[in-house]
Design a binder for this molecule. Structure first.
Ligand code: 2AM
Length: 503
C-alpha cells in the first residue's frame, strides 16, 4: 500500500510467520506500519497479499527507506531468528542512520542474557528493548500475551501499540474476549500486557512461561497415559473426559486442545485416531531447557520443570526404548479396568501437580528478580498470561488473587486457596502416583511434583547425613542444629576421638 506521504507509526523487520501476523495485527488496529525483510520478495508478496488493512502497510526495500518512513522517535519491532541475526539487524540499522532516541524492540525468542547484554552494548547509540511474545501464529495475529522489559521511557512509546494488539480479558468473567477476525480486532477489555521491568525481565518471564508450559503439557500427557492404561479407553472417550475437565478448575487452552487432538481421526485412515499414529518422540526448541538451566544456576528447586524437559529427552530416544522394552523387566500393564472413580483421582493429581509446577515457576522468578535486580509483580504476570498465550487458563486468576492478597508471598503453596486445593486433592494424588509405580507406568511429572510438595513441607530432610558425608570425604564442614546458622564445624572423621572444631 502507498505511504501517502504519512510517516509510519511503527516499523517491523522480519516477515516470517510471527512477524507477518504481528504486522497484520498492528495494521488491523489502525496503525500505519513500515515493513522490511532481508529477502525483498518476501516483503513484496506480503504487502501485495494484504492491501486491505485498516492501517497502512508500507513495504520498504532498503533499511534507508524503512528508517525514512518512520516517525521520530522510531519504534522498530525486530522479529528475526533469535541469536546473532538480532545483532546483525541492529548493526545494519545503525549503519543506515538509526538515532540514539530510536527504540528497537526485540520481540523474538531471545535469551534474556542476550537482552541484558544488548541493552548495555547499544546504550547511547539506540534504546534496546526486549519483549516476550506468546501465543504462536494465531496469538500474534489476533491477540498475543506480551511481556515487555527494558528502559521505562522506551515503554512509553511502545505501550499504545502493545496494549492495542494484545489479547483482551473481559473484566467481568476474567476470560479472554473471543471473536477477533481480520480487519475486526477486539476492542475494550483488559490488555494482556504490562511493563515487567528493566533489560531482560520480559524475555526472562517469557522463558519461565515456556518452562511452565512444558510441565503443563507433560502433566496432561501423563494423565492421558494413565487414563488410557488403567481404564482401557479409546481416544475419543478420553477426549470426552478432557472436555468435562475443561468445565471445571482445569479450564485451559491446553486441556481444550488436548480434547481436540484426541478426537482427531487419522486423515489417511479415518478408522484410526491420529494420536495413535503420531510417533512418541517429542521435539523441543530449548526454552524449557533454558528455564531448567536457570533454575540450576540460581539454585531454585524447579524439579518438575527440569523433569518435563527430561521427559521429552527420554521420549526422543525412541529406538533405545524399543530395545530396552524387550529386555528390562517390570510390571506388565495388565488389561485390568479400574473403577471409573480413578478418573476423578487423576484429575485431582493433575491439578495438585499443576499447582506445584506453577509454584516452582514463580519461585524461580522470585529468585531471578533478586539476582538480576528486577522488581517483578507476580500478580500482574499471572494476569497477563490469562489470555493470548499457550498456558492461558482460569487457574491464573487464582494466582493473581493470591499475590493480591499477599504481594510478598514466598511460595504459591502457602496461599490459603492453593493450600486448601492440595489438602483436598492430595490423597488422590498419592493414590495415582502409587498406581503408576505399581503398574510400571512412567509419570515423572506427577511424581516429581509430589516429591517437591513433600520436600517443601518437610521441616527436616536427610541433608544432615549428606553434610556428614561431605565433611567426611572433603572437609566441607557442617552447621549444627544447636548452634546459630553461619557457624561451621568440622570433625577429623576417620578418628572419632578427635574433637569437633569450629572453623
Ligand atoms: P529472510 O526471509 O531473508 O530469511 C526468520 O528467519 C526471519 O528472520 C526471516 O524474516 C528472515 O529473513 C529473518 N532473518 C534471519 N536471519 C537474518 C539476518 N541475519 N538478518 C536479517 N534478517 C534475518
Amino acid at each position: 500500500m502507498a505511504n501517502n506521504g504519512q510517516a509510519a507509526d511503527v516499523g517491523l523487520i522480519g516477515l516470517a510467520v510471527m512477524g507477518r501476523n504481528l504486522a497484520l495485527n498492528i495494521a488491523d488496529h489502525g496503525f500505519s506500519i513500515a515493513v522490511f525483510n532481508r529477502t525483498t520478495s518476501v516483503m513484496q508478496q506480503f504487502v501485495a497479499e494484504n492491501s486491505q488493512t485498516p492501517g497502512a502497510l508500507i513495504g520498504c526495500e532498503s533499511l534507508g527507506v524503512f528508517l525514512a518512513a518512520l516517525k521520530s522517535p522510531r519504534v522498530i519491532i525486530v522479529l528475526v531468528k533469535a541469536g546473532p541475526a538480532v545483532d546483525d539487524v541492529v548493526e545494519q540499522l545503525l549503519a543506515a542512520g538509526l538515532q540514539p532516541e530510536d527504540v528497537v524492540v526485540d520481540a523474538g525468542n531471545s535469551n534474556w542474557n542476550d537482552t541484558i547484554r544488548r541493552e548495555k552494548q547499544y546504550a547511547q547509540r539506540l534504546k534496546f528493548f526486549g519483549s516476550g511474545v506468546s501465543g504462536g501464529e494465531l496469538g500474534a495475529r489476533f491477540g498475543p500475551s506480551l511481556m515487555p522489559g527494558g528502559d521505562p521511557d522506551s515503554w512509553r512509546h511502545l505501550k499504545p501499540i502493545w496494549e492495542a494488539i494484545a489479547a483482551k480479558i473481559d473484566p467481568a468473567t476474567g476470560k479472554p474476549i473471543p471473536g477477533a477476525a481480520p480487519g475486526h480486532p477486539v476492542t475494550g477489555g483488559v490488555a494482556c500486557t504490562a511493563y515487567l521491568g528493566p533489560n531482560g525481565a520480559g524475555h526472562y518471564v517469557k522463558m519461565v512461561h515456556n518452562g511452565i508450559e512444558y510441565v503443563d503439557m507433560q502433566l496432561i500427557s501423563e494423565a492421558y497415559y494413565l487414563l488410557r492404561h488403567l481404564l482401557q479407553l479409546a481416544p475419543d472417550e478420553l477426549a470426552d473426559i478432557f472436555t468435562r475437565w475443561n468445565e471445571g478448575e482445569l479450564d485451559s487452552y491446553l486441556i481444550e486442545i488436548t480434547a481436540d487432538v484426541l478426537r482427531q481421526r487419522d486423515p489417511t485412515n479415518p478408522k484410526k485416531f491420529l494420536v495413535d499414529c503420531i510417533l512418541d518422540a517429542a521435539g523441543q526448541k530449548g526454552t524449557g531447557q533454558w528455564t531448567a538451566g536457570s533454575a540450576l544456576d540460581l539454585g531454585v528447586p524447579a524439579n518438575s520443570i527440569a523433569e518435563a524437559v527430561f521427559a521429552r529427552c527420554m521420549s526422543a530416544v525412541k529406538e533405545e526404548r524399543v530395545v530396552a522394552a524387550k529386555k528390562l523387566r517390570g510390571p506388565v500393564p495388565g488389561k485390568r479396568k479400574y473403577p471409573r472413580k480413578i478418573i476423578e483421582a487423576i484429575r485431582q493429581a493433575l491439578y495438585c501437580s499443576k499447582i506445584c509446577a506453577y509454584a516452582q515457576g514463580f519461585q524461580l522468578m522470585r529468585q531471578a528478580q533478586q539476582d538480576y535486580h528486577w522488581k517483578l509483580d507476580f500478580g500482574t504476570i499471572a494476569s497477563i498470561w490469562r489470555g493470548g498465550c499457550i498456558i492461558r487458563a482460569r487457574f491464573l486468576q487464582k494466582i493473581t488473587e493470591a499475590y493480591q492478597r499477599q504481594p510478598e508471598l514466598v511460595n504459591l503453596l502457602l496461599d490459603p486457596y492453593f493450600r486448601r486445593q492440595v489438602r483436598v486433592g492430595q490423597d488422590s494424588w498419592r493414590q495415582v502416583v502409587m498406581l503408576a509405580a505399581r503398574h510400571g507406568l512412567p509419570a515423572p511429572a506427577f511424581m516429581s511434583a509430589l516429591a517437591y510438595y513433600d520436600a517443601y513441607r518437610a521441616a527436616v530432610l536427610p541433608a544432615n547425613l549428606l553434610q556428614g558425608q561431605r565433611d567426611y570425604f572433603g572437609a566441607h564442614t557442617y552447621e549444627r542444629v544447636d548452634a546459630p546458622r553461619g557457624k561451621f564445624f568440622h570433625v577429623n572423621w576417620p578418628d572419632p576421638q578427635r574433637p569437633q572444631i569450629e572453623v
